[in-house]
Each structure stands twice: as structure tokens, then as C-alpha cells.
Design a protein around this ligand. Structure first.
Ligand code: PGA
Length: 253
């Protein structure tokens, strides 16, 4: 098995005011701020990046944003660029989350530009892919992943010292309490790794971290992490509470 360091990432989505984000991140620092066996990232809303950055300073936790716009600056009211995110203290940025694809019309071509912009600002993109329930039911899971990976990563130079992270998040498992069966998750992760190997070579395929996302909680994390191609988790709902998120981070104990 490859020696990829696990990444446990929390996606806070559109939750938490600045004071709430500060309290939660301080509590997380107390619980997991010295953990070094896994990488930890939290992605608060843009408004709370600065307070969370300050609260986690000096701990092993790292900061991520939930989205970016690919232009560096300009007349794009309401958007936030990669250099802005980096200057707020972020190391990671989530790109192409299914909620962005579903509610805000994001496309694989847009995802591709966003990943490029993240690289240019030395951010590590966490690129989300995954099929909907009707797509799975009609046997299209692999063809959906093919398209998302091939078009999303098209023409990018991925053999960098900070390769991107992929998050496999079956849309039907997000926020629903339905987790993919371990064998379904492993099958999809192995397939994604094969696509990376075909498109970018074996070296990147064995180095890239593929996270699972969709109703991850303290009760199912250990089983998921035991699978050979699962290198971490992107956690939504269960990352909002320090108790549950820290239990997930301590999945080995
Ligand atoms: P969930 O969300 O853990 O609440 O299912 C995961 C995600 O959307 O990243």
C-alpha cells in the first residue's frame, strides 16, 4: 500500500458566523491541534477565513477555501480570486463541489480554469467529482467520472511538488446519511486512480490523495480509511461540531 499521508478535511459550507467560526476552530485546536499523523484542513466560508486563520495559527491544522474565481482581479462583483485566498492564509481550495455544480452551474471547463488558477497561487486544489443517484442507477458512474476527471484536469501540469487532491463524493451520499458501501467507494477510488495513471502516469497516480466524501461520521470513518485507495475524507455536516470532527480525525484510536 502506498504511503500517502491521510487528509481529513472539513467543509463548513454556508455555516458559521465569524464568532461561531472562531469558537469552533479554537475548540478544534484544543482537541486536534497537535495531531501529526494526518493532515487536517478546515474550509470555513470566505468571511471567516481571517478569524480561523488566526485561531489555528501555530497548530497542525490548515486552512482551505470552498471556491475561487479564476481571474486574479477585476470587475467581477462578488467573486474571490486565488491570490486573495492565499493571502488570507489558505493552503487548500475546494473546487467543483457538487453543490456548486448543481446550484451555481459550474462546469468541468470552469473547474479546469479554477484548478489552474489555484496552482498559480500555490494553493492545493481539492477537486470534487461524483455521480448523482440516477447516474449510478443507470450504470453511468464510470462514464461520469471519466468526463469529470478528463475535462476537469485537461492539459494541466499535475506533476508538481504539491499534487492536487481528488474528492470522490457520490452526490446521493452528500448530506443524506447514506454512505457508499465500502466496496462501492473502493471501486470508484480505484477507478479514479486508474484514470490518473492513464492520463498522467503511475508516479502521480500513486502519490495523489483521493478523499471520500458523503455522510462521513465517527461511526464509518475507520471502515472507509481501511480501504486501500481511500486516503482521507471530505466531511460536511460532521465537521461543524468539534466533538464529531475530532473523533473522525482520531479514527485510528
Ligand atoms: P456531508 O457533506 O458530510 O454533510 O455529507 C460532504 C460534502 O459535501 O463535502
Amino acid at each position: 500500500m502506498a504511503s500517502r499521508k491521510p487528509l481529513i478535511a472539513g467543509n463548513w459550507k454556508m455555516f458559521k458566523t465569524c464568532p461561531e467560526a472562531e469558537t469552533t476552530s479554537r475548540q478544534l485546536v484544543e482537541r486536534v491541534g497537535d495531531v501529526s499523523s494526518v493532515d487536517i484542513m478546515i474550509a470555513p466560508p470566505f468571511t471567516a477565513l481571517a478569524v480561523v486563520s488566526k485561531a489555528i495559527e501555530g497548530s497542525s491544522m490548515e486552512l482551505g477555501a470552498q471556491n475561487l474565481y479564476w481571474e486574479k482581479e477585476g470587475a467581477f462583483t462578488g467573486e474571490v480570486s486565488a491570490p486573495m485566498i492565499a493571502s488570507a492564509g489558505c493552503r487548500y481550495v475546494i473546487i467543483g463541489h457538487s453543490e456548486r455544480r448543481q446550484f451555481f452551474g459550474e462546469t468541468d471547463a470552469g473547474v479546469n480554469k479554477k484548478i489552474q488558477a489555484a496552482f498559480e497561487a500555490s494553493l492545493i486544489p481539492v477537486v470534487c467529482v461524483g455521480e448523482t443517484e440516477p447516474e449510478r442507477d443507470s450504470g453511468k458512474t464510470f462514464s461520469v467520472l471519466d468526463k469529470q476527471i478528463q475535462e476537469g484536469l485537461k492539459d494541466l501540469n499535475l506533476n508538481t511538488s504539491n499534487p492536487p487532491v481528488i474528492a470522490y463524493e457520490p452526490v446521493w451520499a452528500i448530506g443524506t446519511g447514506k454512505t457508499a458501501q465500502p466496496e462501492q467507494a473502493q471501486e470508484a477510488h480505484a477507478y479514479i486512480r486508474k484514470l490518473i495513471s492513464q492520463g498522467f502516469g503511475d508516479e502521480l497516480a500513486s502519490a495523489i490523495r483521493i478523499l471520500y466524501g458523503g455522510s462521513v461520521k465517527p461511526g464509518n470513518i475507520a471502515e472507509l480509511m481501511a480501504l486501500p485507495d481511500i486516503d482521507g475524507a471530505l466531511v460536511g455536516g460532521a465537521s461543524l461540531k468539534p466533538e464529531t470532527f475530532s473523533e473522525i480525525i482520531h479514527y485510528r484510536t
